[in-house]
Design a protein around this ligand. Structure first.
Ligand SMILES: [Cu+2]
Length: 126
């Protein structure tokens, strides 16, 4: 009986590791009003930890968009795949699951920030 339980635990552990997709880390710096860098690359399905460091005087966001928009006037929460924010002079860390392979627009969705230049590109490799 004990052997059987250990066997089941081992199988479950292997399954969890196999499904995790691995962890990845990216970093973004936000200032008033730009990101550095402006492009990031991750792997489809990976658990990606983003460290967002805000060296500006305003709050900033890092938003993965499902559709590219050309100005803040086109923004809708319906287009947001994932977002995080960091207050002025603060660094924040959060994790998302990388979406399907493709190219995604990154913006800061706060009023006027995209129009001031806060945008970038997230490339998700399959
Ligand atoms: Cu911003």
């Amino acid at each position: 009986m004990r052997v059987r339980v250990i066997g089941v635990v081992a199988v479950v552990a292997v399954a969890l590791i196999g499904c995790s997709g691995g962890g990845e880390s990216i970093e973004a710096e936000a200032v008033d009003f730009a990101f550095t860098p402006t492009s990031w690359t991750v792997t489809e399905g990976a658990e990606v930890t983003l460290t967002l460091t805000n060296n500006g005087t305003e709050e900033h966001e890092w938003v993965i968009m499902s559709e590219e928009i050309s100005s803040g006037a086109e923004f809708s929460e319906d287009l947001v795949i994932w977002e995080m924010e960091a207050g002025p002079e603060l660094s924040a860390k959060d994790t998302f699951t990388a979406p399907a392979a493709g190219t995604y627009q990154i913006i800061c969705a706060l009023d006027g920030h995209l129009d001031s230049g806060m945008k970038g590109t997230l490339t998700v490799e399959g």
